[in-house]
Design a protein around this ligand. Sequence first.
Ligand code: GAR
Length: 205
Amino acid sequence: MNVLRIVVLASGNGTNLQALIDAEKAGRLGPGHIVGVISDQRDAHALKRAASAGIPVVIEEVDAGLPVDTQLRELSDRLLRDLRDMNAELIILAGFLVVLEGEIVDAYAGRIINLHPSLLPKYGGAGMYGETVHLSVLAAGETESGCTVHIVDAGTDTGPILLQRKVPVLRSDTAETLAERIHGEEHIAIVEAAALMAEKLSVLH
Ligand code: GAR
């Protein structure tokens, strides 16, 4: 079977990256093979996880010297160059907190998936990430939440949904306890979605 080259983008702790690394080791990523990890944060723990697994890493930070309205576009263009250099075939945004803009979205249409910590289309969109999502879910009195993996399109958290996993929201929950419960489901969802996409894309070689 053909190997399907995966690049994971992560900004923080990287527990979802770790789930993907462990899944590949256990033979649960199908043809998927993680060939690189890119972060916009040089101190992201995700980079250490990648290095420990022997996966090459690249750091691409926002250039704060540029006009604010061009920063994300310029970073996206650098990411596109890196992905092409790595011959990436599937890109996984696993806790990557930069919104991709411009050419990269079209160049990798149908090949970028994003993990989001809510049941989209609820609690998605600009500024909705990490703790903000969980605080909003709690403030609205929701009785369930969860995570979504979707294909990235030109919007923010708007692309076609691949899969979702639900968790109950408890009356005693804080943003932290809810985030932790959702994290457990994310580790399953991201692996399932990656394997699904890797299988699907590998036949298009
Ligand atoms: C995950 O909960 C992921 O859903 C969220 O960041 C966390 C990263 O955790 N992503 C977003 O909020 C994107 N909108 P991790 O670094 O432990 O994998």
